[in-house]
Design a protein around this ligand. Structure first.
Ligand SMILES: Nc1ncnc2c1ncn2[C@@H]1O[C@H](COP(=O)(O)OP(=O)(O)O)[C@@H](O)[C@H]1O
Ligand SMILES: [Mg+2]
Length: 221
């Protein structure tokens, strides 16, 4: 079994170290698989994801990427090359078009496809962004379209690990299904390790593995 990401006795709290949000979490994530982290609002899903994404540091324990602790890789380095994040609020460059969002992300992360407009255009088409929309300002697109652009952006970058926080949050059924399909393709066809947080059981069911966060404890469903 190949493992991409490992949490080793991962522990985190915000203010009260006597009552950690989670403690000694030991989980493994493999490439080519789609994972769902499920749990009630306030249980710590976003916090957990932000640690996996290298946006914050554990209070105790480690996260290992391909066997190397993130702090040894360097969080900036890790965020730039290894992990790609889809935020709850899309986090697109709002003053840019979908095409330029992809081109800029490819440049920042030094993607092998850097500068390749044709490639970016094909990816946007594959997530259903119409040709006429790819050069419009992203703020003129619907929420569902913006989320698809955010996912297209992770596809355009080479990062082998993708984490997404409630990516189907405010979307209708049709957009939700199309986005799940994109994540499945990222995992199953591109071989990425995809970890998404969701409170929607219907979304979680369509992932390869569900991990529950209940009462400060993670368990594989
Ligand atoms: N920056 C912060 N400072 C203090 N407490 C926080 C902070 N961010 C989140 N929390 C608290 O930590 C808990 C987990 O939050 P979060 O990870 O956002 O949960 P979820 O994503 O599952 O809804 C909540 O009780 C929340 O209020
Ligand atoms: Mg959250």
């Amino acid at each position: 079994m190949t493992v991409m990401l490992t949490t080793k006795d991962l522990t985190y709290w915000y203010e009260n170290s006597d009552n950690p949000l989670f403690q000694n979490v030991n989980l493994q994530f493999e490439p080519g698989k789609l994972y769902a982290i499920v749990g009630k609002s306030g249980s710590g899903k976003t916090t957990f994801l932000s640690l996996l994404a290298g946006l914050d540091q554990p209070k105790a324990g480690d996260i290992l990427y391909e066997g190397t602790p993130l702090k040894r890789i360097g969080l900036t380095n890790y965020r730039r090359h290894d992990v790609s994040v889809v935020f709850q609020a899309y986090n697109l460059f709002t003053y840019m078009s979908p095409l330029n969002n992809l081109m800029t992300a490819m440049a920042i992360t030094n993607s092998t496809h850097q500068g390749n407009k044709q490639y970016a255009t094909e990816i946007l088409a594959s997530v259903g962004i119409a040709q006429a929309d790819i050069t419009r300002n992203v703020t003129h697109l619907s929420g569902g379209q913006q989320q698809r652009v955010a996912i297209a952006r992770t596809m355009a970058c080479d990062a082998p690990l993708v984490v997404a926080d409630e990516p189907t949050g405010n979307l209708d059924e049709q957009n939700t299904q199309s986005i799940i399909k994109q994540f499945q393709q990222l995992a199953h066809q591109q071989g990425k390790c995809v970890i998404l947080v969701t409170h929607e059981p219907d979304v979680a069911k369509q992932c390869d593995q569900q991990i529950q966060l209940v009462n400060h404890k993670f368990s594989v469903v």
